[in-house]
Design a protein around this ligand. Sequence first.
Ligand SMILES: *Cc1c(COP(=O)(O)O)cnc(C)c1O
Length: 342
Amino acid sequence: MNPVLRIDLDAFAANLRHIRGIVAPAEHLLVVKDDAYGHGVEQIVSRAWAEGVRWFGAFDVPTAQRVRATVGEEARIFVWLAATGDDLETAASLDLDVGVGDAAVLDAAARVAAGTGRRLRIHLKIDTGLHRNGIRPEDWDDALARAHAHRGTVEVVGVWSHLAEASDADDDAAAAQFADAVARARAAGFDIRHVHLAASAASFLRPEFRNDLVRVGAFAYGIRPAGGPGESELGIRRVATLAAPVVAVDRDEVRIAIGSLHGLPSVLGGRTDVGTPTGLAALLEIAPLESRVARWREALVGDEVIVYGAGGPSATDLAEAIDTIGEEIAVRVSPLVRREWF
Ligand SMILES: *Cc1c(COP(=O)(O)O)cnc(C)c1O
């Protein structure tokens, strides 16, 4: 008896339609990093394509390669951590849109593109305060000048950044810096067609930050923000349900076939409830291959316990119990756990 992660593709599709309704006329770039937050890149991307999503994004080139293999040549695929020569070469051959936050990478991209005979589409990243990577505002004009010098090989078509989402005031300051960078790129003669700043939370809650594209992951998978608005308020539905069968029933507790080796953070033991056939029950302890749950009266071997998802707490409920975010819970579910899409 084994755990299973069930992925409700109709709920996912409903989230996509809801997101489109909210962010239009901005377009939705679906973020599929970390195997589509553990939901499976191929299945997620196929359904999203069928639902009309035309932009996809991940940090790494191998994920972009899976997207390209799944949806073909028309999809636009944005990668934001392609920095090595190999990555850039693959990016050129797959016709990816490449996020660049470093002037040296811009030079490398130009060299690679010259070698392959293809022009690379670049989205330049301005550092608006997160200091993760990104071109500092004081270096922006220099980066634009370099891009101009490379214009036969690299084509700057986008400007982007990422918000800290720590406070509205910080995000306002970041958005102002961002708008300034976009204006400077346009004034320098670049035809900037794709301006993107917002991820899930800002795309719903800060309409003025939507620009041309919003890079939304979490809300598409029905994962609400920790400490933020609820699913019904946001209008999103849970997509993944992590379930495990009961393998033993003792006097005061039952054992279920899922543990830390399947990706459950062991610190969750004693800090959350899980769903049972008769309601919620306390998750007592997480061992490597099994966990203990407080017994409910009619418990039987073979019953199903919902660790998170439909019929149990949400991924974000679990995350809040250990001070993290729902995405973290979702992406940790191990490949040992069988996936079922329906
Ligand atoms: C993860 C990520 C996103 C998506 O964030 P969500 O909050 O999951 O919507 C967008 N942009 C970048 C650069 C990211 O790393």
